[in-house]
Design a binder for this molecule. Structure first.
Ligand SMILES: C[C@@](CO)(OP(=O)(O)O)[C@H](O)COP(=O)(O)OP(=O)(O)OC[C@H]1O[C@@H](n2ccc(N)nc2=O)[C@H](O)[C@@H]1O
Ligand SMILES: Nc1ncnc2c1ncn2[C@@H]1O[C@H](COP(=O)(O)OP(=O)(O)O)[C@@H](O)[C@H]1O
Length: 288
């Protein structure tokens, strides 16, 4: 008897923070021109892949409320398969830890992990630049996860200059509301004219999140939690929210404030990273 045991290979799919987020203008297609610094977190979803010999792409662990055809994991696999005319398929399993719709970029990160992992496992040999271009079709945040280094980003978030912002321990707290990226970017009273900056890591504390001003005006849950957290540590919203990151110089201090959080607030503690943990895992596969 032959046992047909599947071999899954796993890769991390980390969260990102926007350490600040300025909106400096708007393009003709409605997309916003941003200036932001991305940093990664040592906290991630995990995605496992088993390559198959036919062309079927199967996500074995659907996300409740997200149809598999709309899942960025499936979309990324289909996009790479059709772009490279790859004749192989894959079974995929997702272990989701990142809160969804919180400004941590989980969906974009999942898409980037799929593109990088399958490019290695299917041996489709696209360059990082080609993968970032493909990823941009799926979301503005995908390229940063493909490149995997902390960066000052411009354009819609795809023009990247490497940066080395200080790394801290962060407490990430999610107010009890979810805010869609689109609802923030379609708001009439959002500030869109912050002057363009000449970025330097040393000046990062002078910068802010334009979306946060709008969100705290419209979501009292976020305003209340932010006001509470600011009493303990410098705190700011990431992306279009609703998650708030509070920075600490030690894990101990971050965990202490976490233990004091109001009941019912989802949270985790993680370290900031200037390199994505995904890239070491991809290098290990490419070396084999
Ligand atoms: C704002 C940021 C900052 O990192 O993060 P999140 O808070 O969503 O994580 C991102 O730019 C989000 O990137 P991503 O989540 O990939 O956005 P997309 O799927 O491309 O776009 C969602 C919607 O937001 C709007 N959008 C997005 C990016 C941008 N620069 N301008 C926009 O106006 C568009 O209306 C689009 O329909
Ligand atoms: N693999 C995925 N992981 C998370 N969200 C996904 C995924 N595929 C599609 N989505 C959709 O993208 C939305 C935004 O999710 P996410 O990327 O986690 O948030 P944000 O853009 O705020 O950082 C979700 O609410 C969900 O509908």
């Amino acid at each position: 008897m032959t046992l047909n045991k599947k071999t899954f290979i796993t890769f991390p799919s980390p969260a990102k923070l926007n350490l600040f987020l300025h909106i400096v203008g708007r393009m003709d297609n409605g997309y916003h021109q941003l200036e932001t610094v991305f940093q990664f977190l040592d906290y991630h979803d995990t995605i496992a892949f088993n390559v198959t010999v036919d062309k079927t792409i199967t996500l074995l662990t659907p996300i409740p409320g997200v149809d598999n055809h709309d899942n960025l994991i499936v979309k990324a696999a289909e996009l790479l398969q059709s772009y490279t005319n790859c004749q192989q398929g894959v079974d995929i399993k997702l272990d989701k830890r990142l809160p969804m719709g919180g400004g941590l970029g989980g969906g974009s990160s999942n898409a980037a992990t799929v593109l990088l992992a399958l490019n290695a496992l299917w041996r489709t040999k696209l360059t990082t630049a080609q993968l970032a271009d493909l990823g941009l079709k799926l979301g503005a945040d995908v390229p940063i996860f493909i490149h995997g280094f902390a960066a000052f980003a411009q354009g819609i978030g795809e023009q990247l200059t490497p940066a080395s912002p200080k790394t801290y321990w962060y407490l990430i707290s999610k107010p009890n509301c979810s805010i869609s990226t689109q609802s923030v970017f379609t708001a009439t009273d959002l500030t869109r004219d912050t002057p363009s900056i000449r970025y330097s890591d040393e000046n990062i504390d002078n910068y802010h999140n334009d979306c946060q001003f709008w969100v705290i005006k419209h979501y009292p849950e976020v305003a209340k939690l932010l006001a509470w957290l600011i009493e303990y540590a410098p705190s700011q919203m990431t992306g279009t929210g609703a998650c708030i990151f509070s920075r600490f110089s030690s894990k101990h201090d971050a965990c202490y404030v976490q233990s004091l959080l109001p009941t019912g607030i989802e949270s985790f503690v993680a370290e900031g990273l200037n390199q994505s943990p995904l890239h070491a895992a991809i290098a290990a596969v490419n070396d084999n």
